[in-house]
Design a protein around this ligand. Sequence first.
Ligand code: FAD
Length: 566
Amino acid sequence: MPYRRQAEALVRQLEIAPFLDALEAEAPGSVDPDIWAAIVEQAARFAEGVIDPVDAALDRQGASLRDGRVVTADGHRAAWRRFADDGWLTLALPEAAGGQGLPLALLTACEELFNHASPAFTMLATPNRTAAAMLENVADPTTRAAWVPQLLSGEWTATICISEPDAGSDVGRIRTRASRGEGGIWRVNGEKCWISYGDHDLAARIGHCMLARSSDAIGVRGLSLFLVPNARDDGAPNGVHVRRIEEKLGLHGSPTCVMGFDGAEATLIGEEGRGLQTLFHMMLLMRLSCAPQGVGVAEAALATAIGYARDRRQGGDPAAPPVAITAHADVQRQLLRMAGRVEIARGIALAAAVVMDLGERCTDDEARAGWLALAQFLLPIAKDHSARLAFDVASEALQVLGGAGYTKEWPVERRLRDARVFAVFEGTTGIQAIDLLHRRLWRERGEGIKRFIALARADVPNGEDGAPLHAVLNRLEEVAQVLSGWHERTRDAESGATAFLDLCGLAVGGWIATRLITHAGDDAVGRRIRAAARFFLAELEPRAEVEARLATLGSARLDAIGDYLD
Ligand SMILES: Cc1cc2nc3c(=O)[nH]c(=O)nc-3n(C[C@H](O)[C@H](O)[C@H](O)COP(=O)(O)OP(=O)(O)OC[C@H]3O[C@@H](n4cnc5c(N)ncnc54)[C@H](O)[C@@H]3O)c2cc1C
């Protein structure tokens, strides 16, 4: 039942997602709601029947290190094999690369269902699929032929291998060293940490998509991208070792590894010294996948809260039997607030995916640049909004369950633990917010923001339903103008960067909510979506007002930090 409700909402939102006309014009035949609906329903059945049943074991057993190798939980391997054999890794890859050539929006919808079932499980698919896409674009023909089919079959897997003890958010401080030795062979030496699925027993070979320092140039200019396999072509070990796996709050089924590289043979991918730029495509796709990850986990928590609230009886006339807690205004508020945020985050994720598709498929250079600018604006919002949403909704769902929510008898505490890291990996909230300010607003002169505001104004008339959105778009425009002028006042602007990110999120959310009210339809699914969107819209202006004021408050309130830290 929860998966059916989620699939119905996804199918409806896919049908009415923004810019589908433009996508169909760019790639005729790519928009096919009937096929999309059939695939989403299949994904829902797969999530419920195959992934969901192993999530509890993944959480309870986690992964362990035995004799220098990571051993995964019972059932993990069989579920992964079925996932790969059923073709879920190939959905949005071009047909020329062995993929199914379907749009990213459809993949995003399916990923939301898989993450509902288990984010720890789904986390292995993302680097696999995105590494295959990246290698297909930039690797030499031999590497491409060796790796892409194996990654898409799930026989081999990939990681994204960036972080180090002294290089987290600050990628330019990476120290792992790559040098070219005898026979022109590259070898890497160093330590990487936090590597998701850095080692495991689910695949025969693991390729690390690694940023390493190949010259003495300072910062990111000295970094190149390498593919570093854990085993050589003949199966011999390649100097890649798991040093530790982290004991974490959540996501226990996804092993987070400290990896040592001791003279490991590596293949240079793309141009030397342009590692970050080469990895960019994979990183963008991974960031997009963070959006359905957050929405999927939030949806799972919300579904539990709805089911529980319908059954749980408390309060009402003491002389009569107690009423279901759904009768209380405060519980109604909590349920609708969760539902509104989930529905809107879903819409933002799908919109970002359509815009990414347009950025990739559009043939006109100027139009493509416009779509890419819009994608760059929407992506951090889609990523961070969903990340924080997942934790907030899990927490609110726990509240609806009362004491029961705090126990392991209900899966809500698991969602809460799993979700907390979403706002940390793939760029913390703070880094996303600062990126929005420095790159999008200052360096690119707010191109994506302006484009979004113009498109939203043109898309939604300033009538009764559109009024809150137009008010918030005006606010966003004013705040963006103020912050644009604070280029020299970096500390002032950065102290409000997260509030600015939130204001942008509310404006994009307001646009999606207004569209949903207009287009979602009047059947049971449409009424459910519209109820959630109406609640979101009702609170939009006061919430935007708070963020707008915080975004431009300046940094004076931070001046006493020295006294506090002393
Ligand atoms: C479960 C898990 C899985 C992960 N998987 C992978 C993986 O597969 N591959 C991989 O390469 N990495 C992975 N990571 C690492 C992850 O990407 C990093 O944790 C993240 O980038 C943050 O780096 P850090 O932990 O070093 O925090 P830090 O960079 O030390 O940041 C600490 C705090 O300071 C803030 N901060 C830092 N710099 C600035 C700044 N310039 N301005 C303002 N604020 C700043 C941050 O926002 C944050 O709040 C994973 C992490 C976890 C926990």
